[in-house]
Write a protein that binds this ligand. Sequence first.
Ligand code: HEM
Length: 410
Amino acid sequence: MSPKGHHIGRMVEGLTRREALLSAGAVGAAAGIAGGGYALGRAESDNEPAALPFYGRHQAGVATPPQDYLQLAAFDFTGTTADDLAGLLRSWSDAAAALARGETPGGGEPSRELPPVDTGEAVGLSPSRLTLTFGVGRSLFLRGGPLGVRAPAALAPLPTFPQDALEPRWSDGDICVQACADDLQVAFHAVHVLTRLAGGKAIPRWSQAGFRGQGGDGAHRNLLGFKDGTRNLTTDADADQLWVGAGDEPRWMVGGTYMVVRRIRLLLDVWDLTSLEGQERAVGRTKVRGTPLGGKDESEKPDLAATGSRGPVIPSDAHIRLAAPETNGGAKLLRRGYSYSAGVDGAGQLDAGLIFICFQRDPHAQFVPVQRRLSRGDALGKHVLHVGSAAFACLPGAHEGGFVGETLFA
Ligand code: HEM
């Protein structure tokens, strides 16, 4: 039997994922092969812990350096009472803490007579820096909902932007689960297990998988071929633009943050026929090195005032000019998105793009003005189509023994 098959067999006898992983490492070491120990070995050599803590003041998966993969899901809540909701959020938090440690939720010896609580596809895999981040959508608060509290003002509906082509199948939702990990199977497994644990009280509405090509030299490259994330909100210096502050309302969101998700399809056929100069002028940066136009180094501040013989060096409709804090009253966003690839459409075009995800203290003071400006004049605009949209209040973190969402019921 292969080492992998061996571990799956033993899981049924009650081996935890952590035990399976350690055992896999031991088998690999003894046999002189990478095998099940690969992920653990990689995390160690990168000098990064393979398991990140679930509990803390803020939820993990926001300020956490982005992992390689995303499985993002929104659920419709079908329970009716506050107790139903509290029970769901508690069971999800307990499971999330176990999954982040690389353990199987539920623990104990699985019964042979019952379907296993853990669905099994992550047995022998490293925790892979798994983070699970929970958010609640505006629809959860509407009349007849389980909470009896009003939706935060920050969750007021996003306006419709020019050229939006939103589809319900990629939009909205009562509860969101963002799973990020350095192994897509680990992220998928987490969403799968939570779906199973919900026992019909929360039903998946949409789910999207994403990836980031992390080159190891900072920003990842998006599917336009450009570096993305170079100039981003810094989680320490700009913390007041990221987290809901002590004086903000509602009180149950203090220490939380708001997430906006946009599924943005890239119209790659036209983009691929655009000259290199045209592509660089649309973004405002060079393609290979990511240097702001007119600059020398990727990390330098773009000089929005510089002019040349053709007018502004960074064109007036360049993406980075219209999105920059300098042209949006200082508003910043923590962009933490992932690329997606979803096959081919009926016209033989690749269906691929960006699962744009941003976190902020108030979407109506941050995402909305930036997107409004972009939707009116961004040179990238003719190469993209926004097909999905959702916003969630990502609750404050929980302490051990508590659960994410507990503040809603205080
Ligand atoms: C598919 C759509 C998009 C693509 C391909 C894209 C791509 C890029 C690229 C290549 C950069 C330059 C590198 C960097 O500094 O990160 C950038 C910067 C930026 N983007 Fe986007 N972006 C998209 C959508 C959006 C949206 C919807 C927003 C917000 C509403 C946004 C906000 C920003 C901001 C704030 C910056 C930094 C600007 C600066 O301060 O220099 N982007 N984007």
